[in-house]
Design a protein around this ligand. Sequence first.
Ligand SMILES: Nc1ncnc2c1ncn2[C@@H]1O[C@H](COP(=O)(O)OP(=O)(O)OP(=O)(O)O)[C@@H](O)[C@H]1O
Ligand SMILES: [Mg+2]
Length: 292
Amino acid sequence: MAKISFREVSKIYGAQAARALAMREAGRSKDEIRAETGATLALDRVSLDVAKGRCQVVMGLSGSGKSTLVRLVNRLISPTSGDVIVDGEPLGVLTQRALRDFRRHKVSMVFQDFALFPHRSVLDNVAYGLSVRGLDRETRHASARRWIETVGLSGYDAALPDELSGGMKQRVGLARALATDPEILLMDEPFSALDPLIRRDMQDELLALQKTLKKTILFITHDLNEALRLGERIAIMKDGAIIQQGTPSGIVSKPADAYVRAFLRTLPERPKPAKKAASRAKNSRQSKRQVK
Ligand SMILES: Nc1ncnc2c1ncn2[C@@H]1O[C@H](COP(=O)(O)OP(=O)(O)OP(=O)(O)O)[C@@H](O)[C@H]1O
Ligand SMILES: [Mg+2]
């Protein structure tokens, strides 16, 4: 059974959601719907299964619906139609109380802009989720210290977020998300604000952590390189729909359309396999001989 399952999920922002949905069902496009109703079709019948303990990457251009998808999983927003199912249970049926428990225990989110509490120390930021749970001070600080050490920030317990670099802030964000030991980690472009080298460090950190933690991760990115490094599965979104999903190598070897091929062109050139290069050299020698 999938840990997270999106079943035919559509999300429409705007007052005329029902009319917009009916227009979509009648085959009208996102632009036509927007022109006529003012509503935005942010997700268009998305179906996706995320396996337990795996890292699922979702990528796509700005406005393609990635943040909308990820926000459905902690029910910051609800679908206009379709279901988001976690551990076999549709999130739509959760009572307020069950939803609160779900957010405290099952999911954590890491944000692009870190979203740390500026006036709280690193220790208190990391311990935040544990204090919401009502753990006593000593227990939550002991646990927070372990996570601070795990993400490589020993010695910074008392620092304020403003005293840290971007990479360090995101380590705090990661430690805070992991401190509650969630089953699901939602990461909405967590590394996009970081310099390339720091970004790579953070990717390595996440890969190393994931080896032992085995969280179910929904990781959003614009960057195909990052997607290929981190994703065990990748889904590519365009205009609210998933246009291709599969393994990294499946996507690289068989891009579904021109949009995916355009992403692939953003990858750095990789050296051609030696065999082909040798055979090209041979061909060119032959053609030179022919010229003679
Ligand atoms: N709260 C909102 N109200 C109205 N429209 C919204 C809202 N949030 C998002 N949208 C619209 O829904 C569509 C999908 O937005 P979303 O934020 O999910 O895209 P995204 O892929 O995360 O983009 P980015 O890469 O820029 O973060 C966009 O057209 C956006 O303008
Ligand atoms: Mg977004």
